[in-house]
Structure formats: structure tokens, C-alpha cells
Design a protein around this ligand. Structure first.
Ligand code: SF4
Length: 306
């Protein structure tokens, strides 16, 4: 078979399902390539994937007997400012593809020394602005062993929504520690579930920058961040980054409270703007002030940032 692949989001982050689909078809002896209507011509099947619902769909002609679309970008829609999940549009990979070692050669630069994957899926929290609980369930469950997508790469990028909530966290942490790879939890650690024991597990991993999250102003997480600081041991104090969601049910005053509190606790906030397209100038300015580390370190107060 001749298989065409389309990563509708662009090629800035490796699309994990497409890498698995590619690996599966290559093991069957099929020809797999990035789809281009001029170069590829007619193919047997095209797989299109997108992670983000705001990504515009692929708009060039597709010459294929079959087109299969999948990914959160096709089953999550923003309705009235909230993310809605359309189960009918959600396509799961068959088991024999889901658990195959990804074909990293699709993204040679991005995956040169980094493995990408999920050890767990699901999250018990069910935040309004997030589709994970609706799509993957309100329980964090182990879905893979590390060896499924990692073979001695120097770095591991984990996309798990909430590994701290998984009952098998210890087994998974042991796999990550044994890998001796540099670990990036790129979705943010749930600081409420970061018990002393789990933090001591993190201490045994090679982590350059840890990502945590403080998304909702009504969650008073000060004591959890204090606990985290107390037990999380690194040579360098910097490197603790906290995603701060703004422009979703929070006032600027509430945003600044989280930002200043995190600064006082020696964390670096990172502003996430919920709806970038509709965000006003104040939110954009706040993001520039916080997210540019040179500005953040040289200017303590938002009102002083010109
Ligand atoms: S804690 Fe994170 S992953 Fe879980 S529902 Fe909230 S935003 Fe989503």
C-alpha cells in the first residue's frame, strides 16, 4: 500500500499517533511518506492528524482511496469559551498500532536524541478548560511501559496529563529513574499530589526544568508549592516553572496574586493565555513581562513594566 501522512499542526512537535501509524505500515512493507498532492499523486490511504482544534484543516486537494482523520483537534471544539468533546469524531488507534515503537524518522530533527510518549492517560480533576477528563476519563491509568517508546535516547519528553494521580506512579518513576535520561514532564506536574515520597522520586531523576501548574485562582496552592520547594532538591534554585492559566475565569488581580506568590516562593511562572485570539492587550503584556526571563528577572512589578 502507498500511505500518505498529514500533520495538520505543522511539524513543530512530533505527532505521536502518526509516528506509530508510520511504524505499523512500514513493518507491513507499505510505502509511507508525508503527503504532498503534487509529489505523492494518488495514494491508497491518507492519515490526517491534528492535536489542536484551532489549527486550520489541511486545505490542499487529497487524492486517496481512503482518508482517515484523528486527534484531539478533530474531536474537541471550543463552544462558548469551553472545550467540548465530540465522542463520535474521536478515533482511537487499534491496539497493535497504539503499542508499537514510534517511527521517529518522521521528525529527524525534533527526535534526534529525544523519545516522546505517554505512560499514563486520564486525569481525575476535570478542569473546565481542559478536555482530558472527557476524552480520556477521570482516572489516571498506566497505558505503557517506558520501553514501548524509549530506546536509550538521551532525553524523554512525557506528555502525560497527570502522572502524579496514577496508582502505578512508583513503578513508572522507577523506569524513568533507571533510564538515566533527562526527563521533561511537559504537561505540568500536579503539585497537590506531589507528596514527599513522589518528590523524592523526582529527585532521583535527571530533570533540567520541572513544570508544574497553578491554573485556577480559587485553588489555594501556596502550601503545596511550599512543600514542593522543601523536598525538591536541585543544585540550582532556578528551573521550577509553573504554568499560570490566564484569560479564563480569572481577573488580572487574581493572576497577579499567583504570579507574585510564585515569585516569592522562588518559582518561575509561565503565563498561558487561554484564548489568545480574543485576549486583550493587558493579558498579552503580562505574558511578555513574565515569559521573557530577562524582563522577568529585571522588573519585579507588572505596573513597572512599560
Ligand atoms: S489537572 Fe491538568 S490534565 Fe487534569 S483536567 Fe486539569 S488541566 Fe486537565
Amino acid at each position: 500500500m502507498k500511505i500518505g501522512l498529514i500533520d495538520a499542526d505543522g511539524h513543530n512537535f512530533p505527532n505521536i499517533p502518526l509516528m506509530k501509524i508510520s511504524a505499523y505500515h512500514k513493518t507491513r512493507g507499505d510505502q509511507v511518506e508525508w503527503y504532498n498532492p503534487i509529489i505523492s499523486g494518488h495514494v491508497d490511504r491518507v492519515y490526517m492528524s491534528k492535536v489542536f482544534s484551532f489549527t486550520p484543516d489541511y486545505d490542499l486537494p487529497i487524492y486517496a482511496d481512503q482518508i482517515i482523520k484523528g486527534g484531539s483537534g478533530y474531536c474537541i471544539e471550543k463552544v462558548g469559551g469551553k472545550e467540548e468533546y465530540n465522542a463520535a469524531a474521536d478515533r482511537q488507534l487499534p491496539e497493535e498500532i497504539e503499542h508499537i515503537y514510534p517511527d521517529y524518522s518522521l521528525y529527524p530533527e525534533l527526535t534526534k536524541d529525544t523519545a516522546f510518549g505517554f505512560l499514563t492517560r486520564g486525569c481525575p480533576r476535570g478542569c473546565d478548560f481542559c478536555h482530558v477528563a472527557k476524552k480520556e476519563g477521570r482516572c489516571s491509568v498506566k497505558v505503557a511501559d517506558l520501553s514501548e517508546f524509549w530506546k536509550d535516547q538521551k532525553k524523554i519528553c512525557l506528555c502525560d496529563p497527570n502522572i502524579m494521580a496514577c496508582k502505578d506512579w512508583k513503578e513508572l518513576f522507577d523506569q524513568l529513574i533507571a533510564s538515566k535520561a533527562i526527563i521533561d514532564f511537559n504537561q505540568g506536574i500536579d503539585v497537590r499530589l506531589a507528596t514527599r515520597e513522589k518528590i523524592e522520586g523526582l529527585n532521583q531523576m535527571r530533570i533540567r526544568r520541572i513544570h508544574l501548574a497553578w491554573d485556577k485562582p480559587e485553588d489555594h496552592l501556596e502550601e503545596y508549592f511550599e512543600r514542593f520547594s522543601k523536598y525538591y532538591k536541585r543544585k540550582n534554585e532556578s528551573g521550577k516553572v509553573v504554568y499560570v492559566l490566564t484569560n479564563f475565569n480569572s481577573t488580572i488581580k487574581e493572576d497577579l496574586y499567583r504570579i507574585y506568590t510564585l515569585r516569592s516562593l522562588k518559582f518561575d511562572p509561565y503565563i498561558m493565555i487561554y484564548d489568545k485570539e480574543k485576549a486583550d492587550e493587558t493579558h498579552k503584556r503580562m505574558a511578555r513581562w513574565v515569559n521573557n526571563r530577562i524582563i522577568w528577572r529585571s522588573c519585579e512589578r507588572f505596573e513597572d513594566y512599560k
